[in-house]
Design a binder for this molecule. Structure first.
Ligand SMILES: C[C@@]1(CC(=O)O)C2=NC(=C\c3[nH]c(c(CCC(=O)O)c3CC(=O)O)Cc3[nH]c(c(CC(=O)O)c3CCC(=O)O)/C=C3\N/C(=C\2)[C@@H](CCC(=O)O)[C@]3(C)CC(=O)O)/[C@H]1CCC(=O)O
Ligand SMILES: NC(=O)c1ccc[n+]([C@@H]2O[C@H](COP(=O)([O-])OP(=O)(O)OC[C@H]3O[C@@H](n4cnc5c(N)ncnc54)[C@H](O)[C@@H]3O)[C@@H](O)[C@H]2O)c1
Length: 205
């Protein structure tokens, strides 16, 4: 069993610390529901598909903006032309509420919680089990950014910064190491040691 290299402090006196735990969801394996088809829903859908073009998404609203319809067509997203009903949560794993009606959004939150579904009411931290983040994708490498809900604008700027500075060919490193990893003989410890040795110079100052 490996020991934690270092457990970070809980946050110095008077400061706060991001305690969110990012997980990397395999979006094609789970069913996502977005309720709403307006501007906010469009923003959430756009960034979701940018990161996970293979996501399994259903959208529900009595009105869909044209840009939503275009994206949905392009990415094979099911659009359902109706107002929210509790039965819409059947067979769903993840829910994003993005209507312009706070009461409806709150109802979706409570219904989802009752069913132990993970729910995000867009731009409403108190009704979120999880936050959407700024996301950088370079081949097989993905970086998720959150400011703990403090400043989405900073998350956006950091995402733009990392998109710029991380070289596109970082994926070549990953692919090469993946090939090398398959060729290493020996037990787990010997493999870890070989991989650590060959990548040592990447972090040397
Ligand atoms: C990262 C990103 C992902 C995405 O949306 O997919 C994202 N917001 C983005 C942009 C953005 N959102 C807003 C602005 C306008 C400027 C501003 O208000 O600051 C801008 C900037 C812009 O558009 O330029 C409005 C806003 N957002 C929230 C509130 C409510 C509040 O803060 O209380 C309000 C005020 C609403 C109002 O005034 O009514 C809340 C949330 N927004 C989050 C995510 C979660 C926290 C993420 C984190 O931990 O950092 C959280 C908590 C919940 C959630 O929605 O998941 C995406 C950038 C994607 C990218 O570019 O890569
Ligand atoms: N537009 C923005 O950039 C922005 C920014 C910050 C906050 N907001 C706030 O967020 C909210 C949503 O804004 P918007 O621009 O997305 O509105 P919008 O009018 O573009 O879209 C609202 C969507 O909610 C759907 N809807 C309404 N009732 C529904 C129900 N019962 N079931 C299912 N769908 C339903 C509508 O059909 C429509 O698709 C508003 O309260 C707005 O003030 C918007």
């Amino acid at each position: 069993m490996k020991r934690l290299e270092q457990v970070p402090p809980l946050g110095a006196e008077g400061t706060s610390r991001n305690n969110l735990y990012p997980i990397f969801l395999r979006m094609h394996k789970i069913q996502t529901l977005i309720v709403g088809g307006g501007n906010v829903a469009l923003e959430k859908l756009t960034f979701l598909l940018k990161s996970s073009p293979n996501a399994n998404v259903e959208m529900l609203a009595p009105f869909f903006r044209d840009e939503v319809k275009e994206l949905a067509k392009q990415f094979d997203i099911r659009l359902i032309d109706m107002s929210y009903e509790i039965s819409s949560l059947c067979d769903k794993d993840l829910v994003i509420a993005a209507t312009d009606n706070l009461e409806v959004n709150k109802q979706i939150y409570h219904d989802a919680k009752q069913r132990h579904l993970l729910v995000n009411v867009a731009d409403t931290p108190e009704f979120c089990d999880f936050y959407l983040g700024g996301i950088v994708t370079k081949g097989n490498v993905k970086i998720a950014i959150s400011t703990n809900g403090k400043s989405p604008t900073t998350a956006k700027r950091l995402r733009q910064f990392f998109e710029e500075v991380i070289p596109d060919d970082v994926n070549i490193l990953v692919e090469n190491l993946n090939q090398y990893r398959k060729t290493i003989k020996g037990n787990f410890e010997q493999k870890v040691s070989a991989l650590n040795k060959i990548t040592e110079t990447l972090i040397s100052k």
